[in-house]
Design a protein around this ligand. Structure first.
Ligand SMILES: [Cu+2]
Length: 125
């Protein structure tokens, strides 16, 4: 292989490594939902190449309102799935979409896109 081929190979391996790191290993700080008036725990989740914040802490037994602010058009994130809460919702691009539920059990619950790629976590305490 000549120099260019090596370069392409290296760039490819680096890109794969980055994708794996980004989706599976990157630790992002968890975020505690603020309790608004009326006891609803409201939090804005930015959807852009993943979910930010990706870990959300909420209290058990109080209504939660997640506002997904989708700032991209990539097909991957057009649907958000909160399997444990029976929620599957379409997120129009460049719009905010609210998802509401009341967690009745404590634990850690995942939310993902329709293809289970970008992932987030709801920690109920
Ligand atoms: Cu996806």
């Amino acid at each position: 292989m000549d120099g260019t081929q090596w370069l392409v190979l290296f760039a490819g391996v680096a890109a794969i490594g980055w994708v794996n790191w980004y989706f599976f290993l990157a630790r992002r700080p968890s975020f505690k939902a603020a309790s608004a008036a009326g006891g609803v725990q409201e939090i804005v989740v930015t959807v852009h190449g993943g979910y930010s914040p990706s870990t959300i802490q909420v209290s058990k037994g109080k209504p939660v309102r997640l506002i997904f602010d989708r700032q991209e058009e990539s097909g991957c994130s057009e649907e958000v799935v909160l399997g444990s809460f029976g929620i599957r919702k379409f997120l129009p691009a460049f719009e905010k979409t609210a998802v509401e539920f009341t967690p009745s059990q404590s634990g850690s619950f995942e939310f993902t896109c329709g293809m289970s790629m970008p992932r987030g976590k709801i920690v109920v305490e």
